[in-house]
Design a protein around this ligand. Structure first.
Ligand code: 4AZ
Length: 258
């Protein structure tokens, strides 16, 4: 997060940190959001490395410090990764940049609700928030585009939703930003998501509750003038999310075939 401030994990209790094992070391990969005790919603582009299978990943909930663990945290293995079948990076941005991760502990449990770990609401299908609505992003990603290290603590910042027309035609090149994405930034181009924040939440308040409105997906640079952050528009994927969460539940619960 560029121009963010340190956040207590209890203010973002749905934040997930996804790590990937590289030559024996767990390295931070992406953010995510807990949408159900057993499911984290994240970005498909985090899982493009074909050499990695699900055993290479770990998911942390309740994490305030990136490279240290404390007793508020819960850690999970990855039981399943479901990337959107139409995910592509061929247009220069990312299309359908959404993935579901099923989490379980070594003893087979899902997340336990605490002060530090809680699910976020999904918006209704027809929720279309007006331009300039203030939303909140959070993550462990870079605090400047040219930084080498990720933020060592969970950071968050406010951004405002940007008009679809302006984002598509004025800020980007008429093709990369589709109506299944939503753009956000601030009027001074100071605040943005950055590398490492991918997959993490953009939440917006609606009817007094925080809703997961966007998933950090892409953008040209970070906090660059006229180049807003681009987020997967969650309302456009509610059917996909629901059917995939249900499909796996049904499969694991159903009786064996005769
Ligand atoms: C990235 O590389 C990335 N400014 C994430 C978000 C943005 C740019 C890059 C948006 O993960």
């Amino acid at each position: 997060i560029v121009s963010g401030s340190q956040a207590d994990v209890e203010s973002q209790p749905w934040i997930a940190g996804i790590f990937q094992n590289m030559r024996g070391i767990d390295q931070f990969l992406c953010g995510g959001s807990l949408i159900d005790a057993c499911w984290v919603l994240t970005a498909a582009h985090c899982f493009q490395d074909p050499s990695k299978d699900k055993s290479a990943y770990k998911v942390f909930l309740g994490k305030s410090i990136l490279n240290a663990t404390d007793n508020r945290e819960q850690v999970f293995m990855v039981d399943d990764i479901i990337s959107h079948p139409d995910f592509t990076d061929e247009t220069g941005g990312y299309e359908n940049d959404i993935a579901l991760i099923r989490i379980k502990t070594t003893s087979g449990q899902c997340a336990v609700e605490t002060k530090y770990v809680r699910t976020v609401c999904l918006p209704e299908k027809n929720l279309y928030l007006p331009d300039n609505t203030q939303c909140e992003i959070s993550g462990y990603g870079r605090q400047n585009y040219y930084d080498y290290y990720y933020a060592q603590r969970l950071m968050s910042a406010n951004v405002n939703l940007i008009s679809q027309r302006k984002c598509t035609h004025e800020y980007y090149d008429n093709i990369r930003v589709t109506d299944k994405m939503v753009c956000a930034g601030d009027s001074e181009w100071k605040t943005d998501a950055c590398k490492g924040d991918s997959g993490g939440p953009m939440v917006c308040e609606h009817n007094g509750r925080m809703m997961l409105y966007g998933i950090v997906s892409w953008g040209e640079g970070c906090a660059k003038k006229n180049k807003p952050g681009v987020y997967t528009r969650v309302t456009r994927y509610l059917n996909w999310i629901e059917s995939n969460m249900n499909a796996v539940h049904t499969k694991s619960r159903s009786l064996p075939e005769p």
